[in-house]
Design a protein around this ligand. Structure first.
Ligand code: HEM
Length: 203
C-alpha cells in the first residue's frame, strides 16, 4: 500500500489518521457526555484528565492530517459524482476540520479560564492559554458543547454519505479510505485484489 495519496485513493498515512481521529472522537463523545454525571472522586478527576489529554491529542493529529494533506495532495473526485455533491462534500470536510480545531481549543480555553491544570497524559504540563475568568469559562463551555453537537450532525451526514455511496452507488468513495481489497465496489478504478494480482499491489 502506498503511504502517500494517489490520484485514485487515500494512502496509508491519511487512512491511519482518518480512522484514528474518527475512533478518538467517538471515545471523546462518550467521555464528554457521561463524565459530568460521575460521582465526585478520583475516578471523575481521572476521566476529566483523560478527556482533556485525548482532546489535545486530537488537536495535534488534526494539525498533522492537514499538513499531510497539503504535502501529499488529495485523490481526484470519484468518477461520476455530480458537481453539487462534490461541493457539498468539500464544504462538509472544511467544516469538520474547522470544528476539530475549534472544539479542543474551546476545551483548552474553558479549562484555562477555570484555572484547572492541564497535564497531557500526566507527562507534559501545558500552559493556560487565557487568564482565569468566570464569564469566559461559561462562554467557552457553551461553545464547546454547541460545536460538539454541530460536529455530531456533520459526522452523521458524512458517514451516511459514505455508506450511501458504497451501498447504492457501488462506487469507491468509502473503499478508497480503506486498505485495498477490504470492500468490493463496481468501480473499475478500485479493483479488489484477485488471487493472481494480490501479490503484486498496483501502488
Ligand atoms: C475533539 C475534541 C473534543 C471533543 C469531541 C469534546 C467533547 C466534549 C463533550 C461532548 C462534552 C460535554 C458537553 C456537555 O454536554 O456539556 C465536553 C465537555 C468538556 N470538555 Fe471536551 N471535547 C474535546 C476536547 C477537549 C479538550 C482539548 C479539553 C481541555 C483541554 C476539553 C475539556 C472539557 C471539559 C473541562 C468539559 C466539561 C465542561 C463542564 O461540564 O464544565 N475538551 N467535551
Amino acid at each position: 500500500m502506498s503511504l502517500k495519496n494517489t490520484a485514485d485513493r487515500w494512502g496509508g498515512i491519511s487512512q491511519l489518521l482518518h480512522w484514528t481521529i474518527a475512533i478518538l472522537i467517538l471515545v471523546m463523545a462518550y467521555l464528554g457526555l457521561t463524565m459530568g454525571d460521575l460521582p465526585n472522586g478520583p475516578d471523575k478527576i481521572k476521566t476529566y484528565a483523560l478527556h482533556k489529554s485525548i482532546g489535545i491529542t486530537i488537536l495535534a493529529l488534526v494539525a498533522l492530517r492537514l499538513l499531510w494533506r497539503l504535502y501529499a495532495g488529495t485523490p481526484r473526485p470519484v468518477p461520476g459524482s455530480p458537481r453539487w455533491q462534490e461541493r457539498i462534500a468539500s464544504l462538509t470536510h472544511a467544516a469538520i476540520y474547522l470544528l476539530l480545531f475549534a472544539i479542543p481549543l474551546s476545551g483548552w480555553v474553558l479549562n484555562s479560564a477555570a484555572g484547572f491544570p492541564l497535564r497531557w497524559f500526566g507527562l507534559v504540563n501545558l500552559p493556560h492559554i487565557v487568564g482565569e475568568s468566570h464569564d469566559l469559562h461559561e462562554l467557552a463551555e457553551e461553545a464547546h458543547e454547541l460545536m460538539f453537537w454541530m460536529l455530531a450532525l456533520l459526522v452523521v451526514a458524512h458517514a451516511g454519505a459514505a455508506f450511501y455511496h458504497h451501498i447504492f452507488q457501488r462506487d469507491a468513495t468509502l473503499a478508497r479510505m480503506l486498505p485495498r481489497g477490504w470492500l468490493r465496489t463496481d468501480d473499475a478504478t478500485d479493483p479488489a485484489p484477485t488471487p493472481s494480482s494480490s501479490g503484486t499491489p498496483a501502488e
